[in-house]
Write a protein that binds this ligand. Structure first.
Ligand code: NAP
Length: 338
């Protein structure tokens, strides 16, 4: 029986939020394999803010997705056919699978893929969230980029999201007072009651800057920054002299085309250290993954995911990262794992 491969190709570059018409859904037979290749059935796609950046015509740490190209995306899947010497049918792999049902894994590009245990100790969506790239990002941000010390105050923005929820919980494990910033009272309650944050600030509420000041009476020693814009400016204004910023992301700018404010004087006045980083740069990701899996299995860290369904829905599901209608890691389920 021939396999049908549905693919979502970038048709036009979105302005603002993504529209379904920005993508073309194409159906064609799954690719035939050459020697040294394996066919991967995509099971889950990772919905990442950076996907929105890749749709823009702005070269970043990776080139933009070209018009007519399958949308680039991290995901995981099972090998269902193989002419590879490295990958056998049944292997579970993670890599840039793209918005499609089937991806081809090439032995020559094996370094771009991670072979996962065939029966992982945590659920598959968790391998894209707390025990995957989000967790790795939070881990290195708070251990290498801006290591937070016991007794310090850590502020995390987009704190109920995938990276932020893990960053805040790592901060608690390291003995920090942790303040999360998130949109809406439900998310703020979740941070305190479920994830053990010390305080939470709803940046969509009136007087939220006052609430931030009250939640950080000793100032802010470390800022794990995911958002940018007014949220970041408010946090910087609360930092102690010599404070450190792990600049992880600036999601407030990704869909709006907005530019960060150009008044950086607070960085001088407060003698701040601001370090941007990309989790890709850390080659030794296994160290982080092992520790994260241990924390999740022992209950020291709670992993949470929002699972959406249907490959064809990927463009609109991605918008949930920008309207905040998810908690934890947002993943898209493409197929059952038989
Ligand atoms: N440097 C790296 O290597 C690396 C790796 C992965 C991710 N990142 C970055 O980390 C950040 C979080 O990524 P994620 O995958 O964990 O996504 P996420 O936090 O699960 O989802 C994004 C969240 O951002 C918040 N948000 C969206 N627009 C906002 C705005 N204008 N102002 C304030 N908050 C806004 C929303 O939460 P609310 O409901 O609270 O508004 C939303 O839930 C992103 O900036 C991403 O680019 C960086």
């Amino acid at each position: 029986m021939s396999l049908v491969n549905r693919q979502l190709l970038l048709r036009t570059r979105p302005e603002g939020l993504v529209r379904q018409e920005n993508f073309e859904l194409r159906e064609q037979p799954a690719p035939a394999l050459a020697d040294g290749q394996a066919l991967v059935r995509v099971l889950y796609l990772s919905m990442d803010p950076t996907n929105r950046v890749w749709m823009s015509d702005v070269p970043q740490y990776m080139p933009p997705v070209a018009i007519g190209e399958v949308m680039r995306s991290l995901g995981l899947g099972r090998v269902v056919a193989s002419k590879s010497s490295r990958y056998a049918v049944g292997d579970l792999v993670q890599g840039l699978v793209g918005w499609q049902d089937y991806a081809v894994l090439d032995d020559a590009r094996a370094k771009d893929w991670v072979k996962l245990p065939p029966k992982p100790p945590v659920a598959l969506p968790t391998l894209l969230g707390a025990c995957g790239f989000s967790g790795i990002t939070a881990y290195y941000g708070l251990t290498e980029i801006a290591p937070v010390q016991s007794g310090e105050t850590l502020v995390v923005s987009a704190a109920a999201g995938s990276v932020g929820s893990i960053a805040g919980q790592i901060g608690k494990l390291r003995g920090a007072r942790v303040v999360g910033i998130a949109g809406g009272p439900d998310k703020c309650r979740h941070l305190i009651e479920d994830l053990g944050f010390d305080a939470a600030v709803d940046y969509k509420a009136d007087h939220w800057k006052q609430a931030l000041a009250e939640a950080t009476p000793d100032g802010v020693h470390v800022n794990f920054e995911n958002v940018g814009g007014p949220v970041m400016r408010a946090v910087l204004s609360r930092m102690v002299n010599g404070g450190r910023v792990a600049l992880c992301g600036l999601i407030a700018n990704y869909a709006s085309g907005g530019k960060p404010a150009d008044d950086y004087s607070v960085i001088i006045v407060k003698r701040l250290t601001v370090r941007g980083f990309l989790a890709f740069d850390y080659q030794d990701q296994q160290r982080a993954v092992q520790e994260l899996v241990g924390w999740v299995l022992s209950g020291k860290i709670k992993a949470g995911e929002t699972v959406a369904h249907g490959l064809e829905n990927a463009p609109l599901v991605l918008n949930r990262l920008f309207d905040g209608s998810h908690t934890g890691k947002l993943v898209l389920k493409v197929a059952d794992d038989h």
